[in-house]
Design a protein around this ligand. Sequence first.
Ligand code: NDP
Length: 686
Amino acid sequence: MNAPILQSYLAGQWFGSEPAQALLDASSGAVIAHTHAGQGDFEAALHHARTAGVRGLLALDFQQRAGALKALAKYLSEHKETLYEWSLYTGATRNDGWIDIEGGIGTLFAYASMAAQELPAGNVVHEGPVVPLGKQGHFAGSHILVPREGVAVHIDAFNFPVWGLLEKFAPSFLAGMPCIAKPATATSYLTWALVRLMLDSGLLPEGCLQLVVGSTGDLLDRLQGQDAVTFTGSAATAAKLRANPALLARGVPFNAEADSLNSAILAPDVEQGDAEFELFAREVVREMRVKAGQKCTAIRRILVPRRHLDALTANLGAKLGALRIGDPRLPEVQMGPLASKDQQRDVGEALARLRACCNTVFDGSVQTSWAGVGAEQGAFFAPTLLSCARPADVAAVHDVEVFGPVSTLMPYDDLDQALALAARGQGSLVATLATRDPQTAAFAVRRAAVHHGRILVLDEQAAKESTGHGSPLPALKHGGPGRAGGGEELGGMRAVKHYLQRAAVQGSPTMLAAVVGEYVRGARRIETEVHPFRRHFEELQVGESLLTHRRTVTEADIVNFGCLSGDHFYMHFDDIAARQSPFGQRIAHGYFVLSAAAGLFVSPAPGPVLANYGLDTLRFVKPVRIGDTIQARLTCKRKIDRRKTDAQGRGQGVVAWDVEVRNQEDELVASYDILTLVAKHDEGTS
Ligand code: NDP
């Protein structure tokens, strides 16, 4: 193969034509690429991102960026085989590559879909609620989130060259922040191939994605308060970069996800014949095998009741002994080499430190021959299982991370001791608790949550669908306290908010409504002769409102509604019990009030309102009694254009309506938002 020079992509141009460091195939040691010599102009790169990048991204709104992200995910899916080819050089099997490549693309899909559901149109997120700040409703406050208009520098580790960038790119892109990606040098060829695909897709605005191959030079020193750094890698590098004087002086947010000594606890209630015992053993071996243990989330410490130590050791040894290790190109191979010779050396050194204080109970190197290749050229490492008899007395087993297929068994005597040992990791990304007992789960998770970013409770039921100990998921937080870096990634829209600036806003309801882009109670309303349900999506204005006619609630209403719905609750039908209740008399069903309000505000003839698909924030604020007269106010609260069309290609948008139902004293009795789909006028052109 002709080993290419990996160029950086800075300020809209590919940079670097002279070779520098040779990068090697993890299995064969063959040179597969070179980094480039020389360093790009980082000031120009930052300027490009802050001008062209920000401009291009903010020409789109949240919904449009969600659409672009989805299109990008589709494009990468169609071109993923290119990535798989490069992935083999990292030592990843097809399975390992799947986690990195399809895991990354899946994260883009997940973020695109969550954003389409949860983010508004426009570039302002209203983070409610609106808080009244005056007694008469003239002054209120709320919070908004806006794009930071800076640059996100994403620094990644060598072990997930695709997922690592995409899981950071998705939320920052949605937030409207251009990024500069800095992959770890050892596997930068795979991220380079990914970035080339992303740029070739033509789906990304100019300046929103740049790539640094090799050193970041003075890039971090040039960052400003609007920028952000996200880092994945070793705790030592995290500590060094976090302390960069420019970042500290300018208050640049620094999110770190660093190595941690994650644990798995086999709870005391589990017996050897239980399904959970075997599930636990499989989980441990999977975490040692996948990516040859080079995962920040891998299980490094196995906490086992003392009475099960021998049985579990034998079980794990048998499974590890059956693993087929070798060239990841061979279909039968389950575990490939480490990513580089440097890693092989580091893992060997770290293992030697642990061996000095532990027994080796399974040593794969004794019996393993690597399938398809000679061990000398590649970065192979045999799976190794250690056992530490007195883990409470040995600091190294909680401190030395062996970033490879190595894990240490630690016996414990009771659950308190197991939890104390888990906490000795000083903050971890994830822990697994295998238990059959819900009480044990409730007790242990509460305690373990103090020290872990995520906890998998593994039992027979969960195992049927479990995504496993080691897999961070787009919708759930990834990151742990303390040694694990103290950062947070993923976690649904929380991750997007890390790249948005939050501001409190105070003013009149009318001004707040204009700022947040949605109707706020007390704001100026728009009332016309036209019923708002007769308006197409484009014509409808936020604040357009309808005050309905009135309706007096009768006993017949209650009886009819009870018969229709089958709801004969005493409060509506038992006069004696109702008189003894806090309300002192029979009251109407809350759902009758809701239905009656719909009857008051609906415009029945066919029109642009296509469907009512739910309601939010429903509160029955006060009871409605027989003889009370209710009236509804319907106001267009929020419009979201998801650029969706129906099966016939007709455009439609989402409209949320604020509904207030009041009684004859003008007291609020029910309050909620209803959600509708509303047709666009220019059908098919969306
Ligand atoms: P490092 O912490 O050395 O590197 C992580 C990233 O930081 C790489 O992109 C690296 O680039 C970059 N980097 C290093 N120094 C600087 C600097 N001064 N300025 C800017 N960027 C810098 O981790 P490695 O990837 O080398 O892995 C080493 C160890 O880290 C592993 O053995 C393991 O223990 C741990 N690790 C933890 C991970 C986690 O997810 N928590 C993941 C991977 C590793 P470059 O490669 O060019 O040096």
